[in-house]
Ligand binder design. Structure first.
Ligand SMILES: [Mg+2]
Length: 135
């Protein structure tokens, strides 16, 4: 474990859980009716955005949990799971039908470390990828 994973009282933090959006965050956002149709009929070829594969690998090797969150409808789960697999995107859970509005994560601070936040939010520009992402 790296020193950065130590908390004030010397205990180790568990690897973080990453909640990641799919379209526009991990892969190219569908910009046309044809691209949207390919999601629905299972012919989609996801295009990973710059830096995404490297970050996914980094988080994988650190033991992070990967939870994908998406506004894609639940009825497209099979097609989405297949496209993610073909694109080489591994994950622990896929949460669908999230809606397109804002997303919030609420988490409690650890007792004895009341000053350390346990939930963070990072906004990235659509289709920019993770090239400048520092976590
Ligand atoms: Mg999105």
């Amino acid at each position: 474990m790296e020193k950065e994973n130590l908390i004030d009282n010397g205990e180790y933090l568990s690897p973080p859980t990453m909640f990641l959006d799919i379209d526009g965050t991990l892969v190219h956002f569908p910009h046309s009716p044809e691209e949207y149709k390919s999601i629905a009929n299972g012919t989609e070829k996801m295009k990973l955005l710059p830096g995404v594969r490297e970050k996914l690998w980094e988080w994988e090797t650190k033991g992070c949990k990967i939870i994908l969150t998406t506004g894609r409808r639940e009825m497209f789960r099979f097609e989405t799971e297949r496209a993610l697999k073909k694109a080489g995107i591994g994950y622990d859970q896929l949460v669908m039908s999230c809606g397109c509005g804002h997303r919030y994560i609420i988490n409690d601070r650890k007792p004895g470390n009341d000053k350390d936040d346990t939930a963070y939010a990072i906004n990235v520009d659509r289709d920019e990828g993770f090239t400048n992402l520092e976590i």
